[in-house]
Write a protein that binds this ligand. Structure first.
Ligand code: BQF
Length: 307
């Protein structure tokens, strides 16, 4: 799809095509806008379910008082209210035992008003994340962290996608960016973002490379990327010398810089002029993560009601 700028030349206004990546200016993909569209769609479908007497419900468990986790949980509760879901917050003290947490999850697994369950990570050190994730019913696992859902993603036969990679793919799709045959580089190999991100790009026929802390010639590999996803967890880690002219740059990082300012894994100021598309932080992938959680919860409600 061509985009144009209007240029005045002597006698008339003319349409001049914008060539992304050549005009030294990236299109900034607004996660705020794309996520608002996703949430509007979810709200519409939620209204339809309500006419059938179904009210989708999400349970959010938070253990302890990590301030970032508190912000994320509040974002999720607010999004639920926006789209018309019921949300229940279970705020447990930091000293909660594994048995107590597993008992709550078991109750929520059996509670029919609750369609989705998520336990905000990271958990305090004495709790075992693996055991907790395993305890959540795969049918209510709207984060898609349960091994059974992870396995389904691997073979491309899934009902829930992990929210952050799904959010990135949704941005790619809405912008009409073609992944087919493109060199895709994912920096970071976490179970929550890097690994599933690579898998989703592969499903779209990308040629995918995963880079990590032991990768040799990181700069060369990143510079070969048509589509570059940064999920490193280090402020402004990706600099202009690592990015190919015209690349699509998707920034999953949410960091605080030395001044306490929110920033991504990408050095936005230097990379933006080189990229064709780029996502900002804040207001990029973050809001998409929340929107895709709403999408998963809607799907869970539908499945559990045989719709
Ligand atoms: C924005 C998360 C690391 C570890 C655990 C909007 C969120 C963030 C940023 C948000 C995240 C990050 C979430 C913005 C949820 C995304 O405007 O840029 C929303 O709430 N997120 C989480 O639940 O757990 C995390 C990052």
């Amino acid at each position: 799809m061509n985009e144009y700028i209007r240029v005045y030349s002597d006698m008339a206004w003319n349409k001049v095509p914008i060539k992304r990546g050549v005009c030294k200016m990236a299109k900034i993909i607004s996660g705020k806008e794309v996520s608002a569209n996703v949430r509007a769609q979810v709200k519409k479908e939620c209204d339809e379910l309500k006419t059938k007497g179904i009210a989708p419900g999400l349970a959010v468990i938070i253990v302890g008082d990590d301030p970032a986790s508190r912000v994320y949980v509040n974002n999720k509760k607010k999004a639920c209210a926006d789209v018309g879901f019921v949300s229940e917050e279970y705020a447990l003290p930091a000293e909660t035992t594994q048995e107590e947490l597993l008992k709550l999850i078991d109750e929520l697994n059996n509670k029919k008003e609750i369609n989705g369950i998520l336990c905000q990570l990271p958990l305090p050190g004495h709790l075992d994340e693996k055991t907790v994730i395993n305890a959540i019913s795969p049918l209510k696992d709207v984060d898609a962290f349960h091994p059974s859902n992870v396995g389904k993603i691997m073979i491309g036969d899934y009902h829930f996608l992990p929210c952050t990679p799904a959010g990135v793919m949704e941005m790619i799709r809405t912008e009409g960016i073609d992944v087919n045959g493109k060199n895709c580089v994912v920096i970071g190999r976490s179970n929550i973002v890097g690994k599933p991100m690579a898998m989703l790009l592969l499903h779209e026929n990308g040629t995918v490379t995963i880079c990590h802390s032991r990768t040799k010639n990181l700069k060369e590999i990143c510079s070969s990327a048509d589509i570059l996803v940064a999920a490193v967890g280090k402020p402004r880690f990706v600099t202009a010398d690592m990015v190919k002219e015209g690349a699509v740059v998707l920034d999953v990082g949410i960091n605080r810089d030395e001044n306490g300012k929110l920033c991504g894994d990408v050095d936005f100021a230097s990379v933006e002029p080189k990229a064709s598309y780029i996502t900002p932080v804040p207001g990029g992938v973050g809001p998409m993560t929340i929107a895709m959680l709403m999408k998963n919860t809607l799907k869970a409600a539908k499945i559990q009601n045989n719709i």
